[in-house]
Design a protein around this ligand. Structure first.
Ligand code: SIN
Length: 361
């Protein structure tokens, strides 16, 4: 090849390669929107009040998923949205049986290559529990987003429509993948493991205490700043396949001078595990220590958590956990420690192996 021909040829090839590298590969071809399935479970986001000023004392779990989706026409601009009514209840009535049904459905939907992500509409009272259960039992990197509202759709400044719009935007976004199960409320994206409801009625009730949210949603666009580092979803060992129930685990609350009676009653009722929300750094009164020691000696799994709401419960510090056969919850809130213990008991009853789970999930 002579040099005069060769130089423009090489230049053209270099320009072509540069162009290929710089043109972003579209995540979804024009006109083909990502499919997002909305699984509706009830709660205030499906609630109805007597008047537009009724923001408490309304009825939760009234409106159907079709009604909820129709009330936010702009969802169509974000995704090919499909709705399914999986339950229609207030979230204080969500039980492990509901979690198992929901998790199986989410896993089945995400196994479909046509489905990009799943949104679960849910009552806010126990949304953090369902979110954490899915965080541990959904085996997919695709986005799973829980969303609710603090005001019913009939109220002035209802927060359900914007929350739902944000949740669908996140579930449709490629950036929502690989981050575990998330909760979207009040323009914030939180990880299922740490997020909790902190106020009985305000719209900014969901918080992640010291550790902060994963990011924000603004104008339908997710902005992320952190990643969850504990094991979840694709990296979780827990499975709901062929499981019809979960081991019974009670949460008991410690208080100044609390006795052992409540612990003895739970053991007599046949619980397989107790999460004890102790005072301060999971400390135990004389009565609670006696009751929990006796429970552990009978083979009941005991996890020391804290009623404080944030911080680590220190293993083997003030209390000889290993000697007594106790586990500690790390920084999991008692209601989340219960979920991990229920799932943990499906794989082991040994305190040291259960503790490994609390140290890694
Ligand atoms: C519920 O949790 O089902 C009722 C309260 C709410 O959704 O805010």
């Amino acid at each position: 090849m002579n040099q005069n021909f060769c130089r423009p040829f090489l230049l053209f090839t270099a320009m072509l390669l540069t162009a290929i590298t710089l043109v972003p590969f579209p995540a979804h071809s024009a006109g083909h929107k990502p499919r997002v399935v909305v699984l509706a479970t009830g709660g205030t986001i499906a609630g109805s009040g007597a008047s537009e000023t009724t923001t408490v004392g309304y009825k939760a779990a009234v409106f159907s998923v079709d009604h909820i989706l129709r009330s936010v026409p702009s969802l169509k601009e974000l995704a090919d949205v499909r709705g399914e009514q999986i339950f229609q209840i207030a979230s204080e009535n969500i039980t492990p049986a509901h979690w198992l049904t929901l998790s199986r459905r989410v896993n089945a939907l995400l196994a479909d290559k046509e489905v990009h992500g799943v949104v679960v509409t849910h009552g806010t009272d126990t949304m953090e529990e369902t979110a954490y259960f899915l965080h541990l039992t959904v085996h997919s990197d695709k986005p799973v987003v829980l969303v609710g509202s603090m005001r019913p759709g009939t109220a002035i400044s209802a927060d359900g429509p914007i929350n739902l719009y944000n949740a669908v935007a996140l579930a449709a976004s490629p950036s929502g993948a690989g981050r575990g199960v998330m909760v979207v409320m009040n323009d914030r994206i939180s990880s299922a493991r740490e997020v909790t409801k902190t106020n009985t009625f305000t719209a900014d009730t969901f918080k992640t205490h010291d550790l902060g949210e994963l990011g924000y949603l603004q104008a339908g666009k997710p902005y992320f700043y952190r990643m969850p580092v504990r094991r979840h979803t694709s990296n979780s060992i827990f499975s709901v396949d062929n499981r019809e129930s979960l081991p019974a685990v009670e949460i008991l609350l410690g208080y100044g001078g609390s006795g052992r009676e409540q612990i003895d009653r739970a053991v007599a009722a046949g619980v397989k595990g107790i999460v004890f929300a102790g005072t301060g750094n999971g400390s135990l009164s004389v009565g609670a220590l006696a009751g929990l020691s006796a429970a552990a000696a009978k083979g009941v799994a005991v996890v020391r958590a804290s009623r404080v709401g944030s911080g680590i419960v220190t293993h083997n510090a003030d209390i000889a956990d290993d000697t007594l056969g106790f586990c500690t919850s790390d920084n999991l809130l008692p209601q989340k420690a219960r979920i991990l213990l229920m799932l943990g008991l499906t794989v082991t009853g040994a305190p040291d192996r259960l503790q490994n789970l609390f140290d890694s999930y």
